[in-house]
Design a protein around this ligand. Structure first.
Ligand code: FAD
Length: 401
């Protein structure tokens, strides 16, 4: 048994042991406040057991292991529906970037330890009404104010901002230069005067994304995490931090076996649906597609084990898997007839087809919309020419809005 296999079985055994306390059965019917409280306890249990900050430096409370152990743990963890979503962004991007770019090491260490133990949450304030795929088009301003800065503007789609203690934010500090060059990166206290968070209700009924407004929010220059005008590079570092996170060829939706069970149990024209050639074709197509994606993931893991960096083919994963999860979920709902519409507000996307279907569109936007992934594939894998960029080199304040 390789070291990684041994690590996987130890992690799987630990996860199994905490499943009754924190797994999806324990969460069923909880209010979001109670679920968050359970999530904080789960995060603390992970920290105590040595499964938090797996690939982070030990001086910051991490385990000092590699990215491979982290991805291996996450792949096992995602099988059980633990309440870990509240910490996904926080520990995924803002806190690692704080470790890398935060100046005051004592402050950074304190924040990291609290975040790792689920006591504090960080959000990522990048997207705006006019700056999503085109992040450098953002309009939130940071203007000098005494020895510090004053923030004004609006962010949108900020995950978990309503529970966040801190956030990392990119703001425009110079509108007179081309759009990528006039941005600066800061951290901000989400409880500071002038910060207003307004949850947005999604189709599935939950409100984990928010609008965040900044009205004359004062921040010190010690909140700055990039050179003035050098914020885009730190924003890119944030987005690239872990290009290879745990993937799921099922698009983070139900396992194909669940579809097969449904097709066996459902009557379709007097016979079990599994006997219909069109249903069998869909099962075969999905199986082939998922096997292809699993092969790409397996190759990426082997490359990382060999000390290499996986290539841009990782962008195929989310694009293909979430799209097909959406289609398969739709077919599963159709098979169930009108009962397919019954919506369980406490259902889980990994075993409830209706929840899976209604949540799939957000998966096709968050973390890079389908069309942006297609652009990446076109440019980085197929070597096609770059997308047309008419505002390249034009000072931001001369770009028509
Ligand atoms: C559930 C969820 C959680 C999120 N959490 C966060 C968060 O925590 N923090 C944060 O900062 N952001 C977050 N986002 C925002 C997310 O990053 C953006 O929604 C995403 O980058 C797309 O930006 P947009 O919504 O402005 O769409 P736009 O960029 O306006 O895109 C609209 C459409 O145009 C297409 N398009 C845009 N540009 C091109 C192009 N060059 N070529 C071809 N097609 C193009 C897009 O693919 C899309 O279909 C979240 C989004 C969702 C759905």
């Amino acid at each position: 048994m390789s070291n990684l296999d041994a690590y996987r079985s130890k992690a799987a055994a630990w996860l199994e042991s905490v499943r009754p306390t924190f797994g999806k059965c324990a969460r069923k019917g909880l209010s979001e406040a109670d679920d968050l409280a359970l999530g904080r306890r789960y995060q603390k249990a992970k920290f105590d057991a040595g499964y938090a900050g797996i690939n982070w430096p030990t001086e910051y409370g991490g385990q000092g292991l590699t990215h491979l152990e982290k991805v291996t743990f996450e792949a096992e963890e995602m099988k059980h529906g633990f309440p870990n979503a509240y910490f996904g962004i926080s520990l995924g991007m803002p806190v690692p970037i704080l470790m890398q770019f935060g100046e005051d090491k004592d402050f950074v260490r304190e924040r990291v330890l609290k975040a790792l133990q689920g006591e504090e949450i960080w959000c990522q304030l990048f997207s705006e009404p006019a700056g999503g795929s085109d992040l450098a088009g953002l309009r939130t301003r940071a203007e000098t104010d005494g020895n510090g800065w004053k923030l004004n503007g609006q962010k949108v789609w900020t995950s978990w901002a309503q529970y966040s203690d801190y956030g990392v934010i990119v703001a425009r500090t110079d509108p007179n230069v081309p759009k990528h060059k006039g941005l600066t990166y800061f951290w901000v206290d989400m409880k500071a005067p002038g910060v207003t968070v307004r949850p947005i209700k999604l189709a599935g009924g939950d409100s984990h994304v928010n609008e965040v407004f900044f009205d004359d929010v004062k921040i010190g220059d010690d909140h700055r995490m990039s050179p003035v005008g050098g914020g885009f590079a730190v924003a890119m570092a944030t987005l690239m931090i872990e290009r290879y996170v745990a993937t799921d060829s099922g698009g983070f939706g139900p396992h194909l076996d669940l579809f097969i069970d449904l097709a066996k149990a459902t009557d379709f024209g007097g016979k079990p649906a599994i006997e219909d050639s069109r249903i069998r074709q869909q099962i075969a197509r999905n199986y082939a597609m998922r096997s292809g994606l699993d092969a790409i993931t397996a190759r990426a893991m082997l490359m990382m084990q060999a000390g290499m960096t996986p290539g841009p083919e990782g962008s195929l994963n989310k694009l293909v898997s979430v799209r097909s999860r959406q289609k398969l979920s739709e077919l599963a709902i159709d098979l169930q007839g009108s009962s397919g519409f019954a919506y369980d507000a406490h259902g889980f996307v990994k075993d409830n087809w209706t929840n899976s279907w209604i949540n799939a569109p957000t998966g096709r936007i968050a973390g890079g919309a389908d069309e942006m992934l297609l652009n990446t594939i076109a440019e980085k894998i197929l070597g096609l020419p770059q997308d047309h960029r008419p505002d390249k080199g034009v000072p931001f304040n001369q770009i028509p809005a």
